[in-house]
Design a binder for this molecule. Structure first.
Ligand code: CU
Length: 398
């Protein structure tokens, strides 16, 4: 359903009335049924009002009509008939709410953990330890259990073609309450968005579900599990230095770069494998990456990535260093891919996870050039705020 006013994702604007999974099918089924019943009622009401207006209209010289009171039959009908219909709708809705989101088994682990941040999505695969952002890859053919969490404020996971929406509540990692099942029928790309107003860039908190065959999904996981190699070009070398000296690592993880493990911003390993930047704000390309790094606030006002006023050389270097598709650009380091036995490997990510809070200070801290601290051991990079226990979560004075 292309919509010209929605330029970036125009080719793939999705509708809940175009379900692509059993769960979404149930939701759209109840929506269409209730919509049809209400349309019939609306048509009847409009017809009767029109008929009565015409048939009983006043003519010049008519006497005043006699008022009619106390028609018990009519009053019972217009009280209990609507009540029955509304009750029926409520039961239908409750049934679908329950059946489209089956309970998890005792001790079950999620296949995917999605953590809402202002204004992007952190995505973990506990079995393999793979981390990515803004694009959930899932294999087709079986229901995928997704744990929903939030790092700062309430967000809401909604991919209309794949099922009901569900809130993500900060500090609440209870899998049984906060999960959703993704079960796309066909390999395809399904778009969604945060459906709970969560701050100024809420409208640019898009999410994508990329459904793949099991073989493609496994290949994707193996690619993402690979840490990046050391830079091999002069420009990328400059980029790596710029990454170190501009506090990028205080907010971003980058596999292959020691101690770059923060999750205030998206994991930047294999950044080029994602289709958008800034959770949907720009299509991903090398040119757009350079634009984003030059001034993130221009594209996503209010986002927690500061403008670093990078020099032209640093900008080019960082673009060179960060942007690559799997198998392209810099060679991958020879680390063994993570084992991908479905459901059966030891978890690389501790579960349950505790998402960290928002960045305490989104402004760039001045970075000391590495050469200035002669003789003293390099100071450990300050990392993202420590994982907060639920009671210390934002607004924790409950
Ligand atoms: Cu949100």
């Amino acid at each position: 359903m292309p919509a010209p006013w929605f330029p970036l994702l125009a080719s793939s604007v999705t509708s809940p009335l175009d379900p692509a999974s059993p769960q979404a099918g149930q939701v759209s089924g109840v929506f269409i049924l209730t919509g049809a019943v209400m349309t019939v009622i609306l048509a009847l009401v409009c017809f009767w009002i029109g008929y009565i207006l015409l048939r009983f209209r006043g003519r010049p010289g008519d006497a005043d009509p006699t008022p009619v009171y106390g028609n018990k039959k009519l009053e019972y009908t217009w009280t209990f008939l609507p009540l029955a219909i509304v009750t029926w709708f409520a039961i239908l809705g409750a049934q679908v709410t329950i059946s489209a989101r089956p309970k998890t088994a005792a001790g079950q682990r999620p296949d995917v953990v999605v953590i809402g941040h202002q204004w992007w999505w952190e995505i973990h695969y506990p079995a393999s330890g793979v981390v990515t952002a803004n694009e959930v890859h899932v294999p087709v053919g079986r229901p995928i259990l997704v744990s929903l969490q939030a790092a700062d404020v309430i967000h809401d996971f909604w991919v209309p073609q794949l099922g009901p929406k569900h809130d993500m509540i900060p500090g609440d990692v209870n899998l049984d309450l906060n999960h959703i099942w993704l079960e796309p029928r066909e390999p395809a790309v399904y778009d969604g968005a945060c459906a709970e107003f969560c701050g100024n860039s809420h409208a640019w908190m898009r999410i994508r579900v990329v459904a793949q065959t099991q073989a493609d999904f496994d290949a994707w996981q193996r690619t993402l599990g690979q840490p990046l190699a050391a830079p091999s070009t002069a420009a990328a070398e400059v980029g790596m230095k710029a990454f170190e000296t501009n506090t990028c690592r205080n907010c971003h993880a980058l596999a292959g770069l020691p101690a770059a493990t923060a999750n205030v911003g998206p994991d930047l390993t294999n950044l080029g494998d994602r289709s958008t930047l800034g959770a949907g704000v720009l299509p991903n390309s090398k040119e757009n990456l350079a634009k984003w790094l030059a001034d993130p606030q221009r594209y996503k006002p209010g986002c927690y990535m500061p403008d670093f006023h990078l020099s032209a050389a640093d900008l080019q270097g960082l673009t060179e260093y960060l942007w690559r598709k799997s198998g392209e650009g810099l060679p991958l380091q020879g680390a063994a891919p993570p084992p991908m036995v479905p459901g059966g490997v030891p978890s690389a990510t501790p579960w349950p996870m505790q998402p960290s809070g928002p960045p305490s200070d989104p402004s760039p801290t001045p970075a000391a050039p590495p050469s200035s601290v002669v003789g003293s051991p390099a100071a450990p990079p300050s990392t993202s705020p420590a994982p907060a226990p639920p009671s210390a979560a934002p607004g924790g004075s409950r």
